[in-house]
Design a protein around this ligand. Sequence first.
Ligand code: SER
Length: 317
Amino acid sequence: MSEKILVIGANGQIGTELVAALRGVYGTDAIIASDIKEPTYPSGKSIGPFEIVNVLDDENLRNVFTKHQPTQVYLLAAILSAIGEQKPKLAWDLNMTGLLHVLDLAVEFKVTKVFWPSSIAVFGPHSPQFNTPQYCVMDPNTVYGFSKLAGERWCEYYFTKYGLDVRSLRYPGLIGWRANPGGGTTDYAVQIFHEALKNGKFECFLSANSALPMMYMDDAIRATLSLMDAPADKIKIRSSYNLAGLSITPATLATEIKKHLPAFYISYTEQDPRQAIADSWPKSIDDSAAQNDWAWKLQYDLPKIVEDMLTNLKGII
Ligand code: SER
């Protein structure tokens, strides 16, 4: 069967990379990128099919499903943790209503597979902080976190009730050079590279020893494609899979950057609301279920991430 893959939220940090990766596998025309605004493409990149989509507008979304009859849908549109705390009701509405619109249309249009990202933000202050297991106490205290936790429950529910093949990953903080993150707590781990190359210094909004699970974008995209490629019977978890990445602090990241840019200087903001969010999240994650069920294996360690980020960003900053 030839695939038609609709990516909603294609202009974001993950969407930008995922659309490129999917087009590499399925061909440009098989991938319908969509977002609430027109994309801004770096010069020289080919532009494939694109639709304006507002996930809160059921009719607009339905028209896009009717026009393209997607066989797979990736729903990436969301408000992240930091912006979510500034706009709690909008974050809840977008993250929840958007998901329900897409799940309903996916059932109605007999979409074969749906991908929806969850996050380490589903854990909270009473979850185990180290090597956080797949199943444990979950008391997220950000709107983003509990919208993702509720979304996970809806995904499992649509799988059980309607047989919808929906798959999900709890992404750690994602580090990539092709696109910037938009309004999360882990954004510092991308900004630090831009500032290191542009200004030789960075003021970090998280404290030096704030450990958080992080992953290189290439690994995250590979995890996503391999989860989506796995035979359905291998996907034992229909809420969302833990994905560990590696535990990184601003201080360890700065030390690694200094190996390439010895004059780099990092300082730390005294008070930032994102610190409390970071403190409520796990420091490291256990992703043995992903390893066992669909053979997940991480490739990028910290030295490799830093080298690749600096090499690629140097060319475009
Ligand atoms: N990277 C996200 C954030 O910081 C977590 O999923 O909000």
